[in-house]
Design a protein around this ligand. Structure first.
Ligand code: UDP
Ligand code: MG
Length: 321
């Protein structure tokens, strides 16, 4: 792309969700401060750019650290939740704050800086070239345990089988432009799964690759139970495919019923079975598939209700003339 078609240096907000991160935050604040200063000095971002820390109902000194930093550096701002609302809501709140502050774009990033902040400059370049969303993708998961790598691979395979549009190995490290922030506001759902939401918007996007590091301070706030809950949230808030499983099963069950009917009738004619067995098998199999068929019809209507109550926008506008 030619130099003169680049967008001007954006007013950028880093969105950092924090839950009990008092051990990590001092280092994170220091590093993000340096990163921003560097970006401003090189003219990659506007001088009004800053950081928005979202305290997701922490019980430790996280908010005190954010307040202290804000006093020293007003470009560092904070949003405090009354209670723990979860990582996805914290990212949403930070993005919403960035939109209200009229930022040109926001980059969401975990507080432990496991997702290399060094590629933020590259994300901004992609934005300036015209991308509305830039996904940070891990191309090296060697810092994760083999279990986490295997489950992650299985999860992305399952999601693609279910027809869900997610970017493999992309978590919540991404740049989102103002147009996408405005679109985000119109997604009215409560069961948030941001990774499945941005790709459906349809904006021009790009990927930047990085190596995910190990956490330096404090512990992971995502134990296995929370990971499973997030994966389950991912499946159930993006796809109605599991509801359609009853239809598929009823079809299988009906095929089985026909096969077994023929077999049991044959055995009945040959006199190989005791009285009553044939009729019982036929009744059980046909009733089973009839019930599954009815469930699949109910599932189809529930799927419609599901898409209606999410109240998603019908379309997303990129530009007006
Ligand atoms: N986090 C949050 N609310 C929660 C749990 C986590 O805001 O209820 C934040 C946490 O502070 C961190 C990010 O989400 O900034 C990712 O969490 P973590 O690094 O513990 O997850 P992992 O990297 O182990 O998957
Ligand atoms: Mg982490």
């Amino acid at each position: 792309m030619e130099q003169n078609t680049l967008r001007p240096a954006p007013n950028l907000v880093f969105v950092i969700p924090c839950y009990n991160e008092e051990e990590t935050l001092p280092t994170t604040m220091e590093r993000l401060g340096e990163l921003l200063a560097g970006l401003k000095a090189r003219g990659q971002v506007d001088s009004a750019s800053g950081v928005c820390y979202v305290d997701d109902g922490s019980k430790d000194g996280t908010w005190r650290l954010i307040e202290e930093r804000h006093k020293l550096d007003p470009s560092c701002r904070g949003v405090k939740f009354a209670g723990n609302a979860g990582h996805q809501n914290a990212v949403w709140a930070g993005m919403d704050a960035a939109r209200q502050w009229n930022a040109d774009c926001a980059i969401s990033m975990d507080a432990d800086l496991q997702d290399d902040p060094g590629v933020a400059g590259e994300m901004i370049e992609r934005y300036r070239e015209g991308c509305e969303i830039v996904y940070g993708v891990r191309d090296d998961r060697s810092s994760d345990t083999p279990f986490k790598r295997w489950t992650a691979r299985a999860f992305y395979a399952l999601m693609s089988k279910l027809g869900v549009n997610v970017i493999p190995d992309h978590a919540d490290y991404r740049l989102v432009s103002r147009a996408a922030l405005q679109a985000l506001e119109s997604f009215d759902e409560r069961n948030l799964y941001l990774r499945g939401l941005f790709p459906v918007m349809g904006f021009k996007s790009a990927k930047v690759y990085y190596k995910r590091r190990a956490r330096e301070h404090g512990q992971s706030k995502y134990p296995l139970t929370r990971m499973i809950a997030l994966a389950w949230q991912g499946v159930t808030s993006t796809s109605a495919a599991p509801l359609r499983m009853a239809g598929f099963l009823s079809f299988l069950c009906a095929l089985l019923a026909i096969g077994l009917c023929c077999l049991s009738l044959y055995k009945y004619i040959m006199g190989e079975v005791i009285q009553g067995w044939t009729s019982l098998v036929i009744v059980v199999l046909f009733l089973g598939s009839a019930q599954l068929f009815c469930l699949s019809i109910i599932g189809e209507y529930i799927a419609k209700i599901f898409t209606e109550v999410r109240h998603r926008p019908r379309y997303i506008i990129e530009k007006y003339l």
